[in-house]
Design a protein around this ligand. Sequence first.
Ligand code: TK8
Length: 339
Amino acid sequence: MTFLRRTLIAVASAAVLSASFSALAQDIKPRLIRFGYGLNEQSNQGRAAKVFADEVARLSGGKMKVRAIGAAALGPDNQMQQALIGGAQEMMVGSTATLVGISKEMALWDTPFLISNTKEADALLDGPIGDRIRDKLQDKGLVGLAYWENGFRNLTNSKRAITKMEDMNGIKLRVMQNNVFLTSFQTLGANAIPMAFSELFSALETKTVDGQENPFNTILSSKFYEVQKYMTVTNHVYSPWIVTVSKKYWDQLSKDEQKVLSDAAKTSRDFERKDTRAEASKAMADLKAKGMQINELSPAEAARMRDKLTKVYAMVAADVGMELWNDAQKELVKIRASK
Ligand code: TK8
């Protein structure tokens, strides 16, 4: 055997060996899924992300591994959405409201006073209307797995108690980066300023903005009570979160692996809704104890606001399409009748 021949054989077998080793390594190495979210680990979002990660590990027998990364460490919602679309990140959970620029039908969920209780929320989100809106994401490079509860949104600010619409005049109010929210609060008289959630605490602290709106749970877990004196219980919109997967990543998974992710998303959703509601029911007392001054918006004032927002309803209907808008209204009538 010549030296050259021997060398070639050695190189070739080393290549075969290392190829099979790396195939083996691929097999053993759990699939690492980076699951990003915006709130901190101690929030309802963080607790449910952990349930999701544990459930994926359990269902896959440890073959799939989720690393839940909170506090917008992978970026605010918008940035993570782009990372998912590009295939640079596998999964996230965030507000449907921040997805509207990508998938316009999501704006349905931003309709003020559309949903009036959690029973309606669950039935509408988990039913045909929710599925239809979720499925639209596929054309945009995302796969929506389940809606979690962010919750009914309430107003906080550092200026004054809001007891009537006029009290909102001139309040610099941070809103999510979304036209429906922007227009709604402008219409109600506030000076609405779109901003990523990750910048919100320091913006409140430095008085770049006077107020914001979010569910009880977030006001508590993000410690907004440290920088906001007043809270008004408005329940002006029910805000969902949605668990999404990069379509590029999803398409590489086997059917079984896809099923693990969708089943775990649903298990974590059921946990998350219960956990969020339990926390929300105690939150008002907790926030009072932290020193917030809390008032509830009277039904008469809520009705005045709703009237004022008529043009926003027309705007959402045009944005999502008349057919979807009408079908959603019909579905809600059905849900209400089924009580
Ligand atoms: C968290 C946000 C948050 C939302 C907001 O990333 O931006 O106010 O309510 O939950 O999605």
